[in-house]
Design a protein around this ligand. Structure first.
Ligand code: GAL
Length: 391
């Protein structure tokens, strides 16, 4: 009976990955390199060359994004050129220039700095190359045809709501107060203010009521931002806050971090420099392996998981429609098994609203890691009890 159940589960996992997301065994390009694909003209008859520009390999999720995108497009018959630009803006501009000169038929770009690609993408526009802004909105250029991401504001709302639910906050009960600090993302990343504002707006009623207290007084995005999402930068800032405001025994109840790389640094700071006996709530985003380990070990409370395998499926369908000469809209979302909204109001890149396809993020805690990450096939569970990402 057990063997049958195991077989059934593996079949379900395979189908769920195929249904709206796929794993890949492909090794993505090395940092600063371009990965050439195999032959064009695969099973589904797609043809053409796709240029994919990812920001870096040093932030874990982008390795999966590149791998899933390459897998999806090659499986559909396209030739793929995949670049990683080591979080170096100049290198990303050069990489995109090279993709354009290599004659790609469509560009998929996850910007390092959303305001740094105007000139190079204007040249893509002049060359008639469609551009999909991937995950992070690219600003100040009419070259962007569509934006594919997750609902970035909702990522922050989920983090804020997790704090409310976990602490049992009640606006009618101001007898119990809690101390909170915020760590936001990279100011060059158009997503970062959406994450921060989603969380801050959700918690603001409790801050205004004096139930949540930001002891450092650092409440503006610019004050709590973390350049390049860097773990050490987040750690150093939290160490300074702990030394300045919590060394007198003040309790820290919540460290709200916008993503896992910053949460890792904040957790390290708390482990090394926080004298309190309690375990503060620590939030994150992305399901990075080190952070999932910390969640299993109760050092981090939650992460907001974004199934980038599904983001790749949506991006492929959108690209195919564009290359077929269509102007897709709401109807494209009916193709997907995963939740995906068509949005024509939230994302203005300073040249006008960019039509967007926004997938739905998910809260992952120690209680649902198995169901949300392993049973879905996105991770396997290691023999040590810690999840390992697939693809
Ligand atoms: C954001 C992305 C998040 C976050 C960060 C680090 O733009 O949407 O997943 O992790 O970059 O790469």
């Amino acid at each position: 009976m057990k063997k049958f159940l195991a077989l059934a589960l593996s079949l379900v996992m395979a189908l769920s990955l195929v249904a709206c997301g796929g794993s890949s065994t492909e090794e993505p390009a090395d940092e600063g390199e371009t990965a050439e694909s195999g032959e064009t003209g695969g099973e589904t008859g797609g043809s053409g060359k796709i240029g994919i520009a990812m920001p870096t390999k040093s932030l874990e999720r982008w390795n999966r994004d590149g791998s899933y995108l390459q897998e999806q497009f090659e499986s559909a018959g396209y030739e793929v050129e995949l670049t990683y630009s080591d979080n170096d803006v100049t290198q990303q501009v050069n990489d995109i220039e090279n993709l354009i000169s290599d004659g790609v038929d469509l560009l998929i770009v996850a910007a390092i700095d959303g305001e740094s690609l105007t000139t190079v993408l204007d040249s893509a526009d002049e060359a008639g190359i469609p551009v999909i802004s991937y995950d992070r909105l690219i600003m100040n250029t009419k070259a962007i045809d569509y934006y594919v991401s997750f609902d970035n504001y909702t990522v922050g709302v989920l983090q804020g709501q997790y704090v409310i639910d976990t602490l049992g906050l009640d606006l009618n009960d101001t007898s119990k107060t809690y101390n909170i600090e915020f760590t936001a993302g990279d100011p060059a990343d158009n997503n970062a203010p959406f994450f921060f504002n989603g969380a801050f707006d959700t918690l603001k009623p409790y801050i205004d009521a004096g139930i949540l207290n930001i002891v450092s007084g650092q409440t503006a995005f610019e004050e709590v931002a973390t350049a390049t999402w860097d773990t050490a930068t987040a750690m150093n800032r939290m160490q300074n806050i702990l030394a300045s405001y919590y060394s007198d025994g003040t309790q820290l109840d919540v460290a709200l971090c916008s993503n896992d790389s910053t949460a890792l640094g904040v957790t390290q700071a708390i482990e090394s420099d926080y004298a309190g006996s309690n375990q503060p709530i620590i939030t994150g985003q992305d399901g990075d392996e080190a952070n999932l380990k910390n969640i299993v070990d109760s050092k981090q409370s939650m992460t907001v998981y974004k199934a980038v395998a599904n983001e790749a499926v949506v991006t492929l369908a959108l690209a195919q429609a564009i290359l077929n000469g269509e102007q897709p809209g709401e109807e494209l979302t009916s193709q997907f098994d995963c939740e995906c909204a068509y949005d024509t109001s939230s994302y203005d890149n300073n040249t006008g609203i960019i039509p967007s396809y926004l997938l739905t993020p998910t809260v992952v805690t120690a209680d649902n890691i198995q169901e949300e990450l392993v049973d879905t096939g996105y991770y396997t569970m290691g023999s040590d009890g810690y999840p390992v990402a697939v693809g």
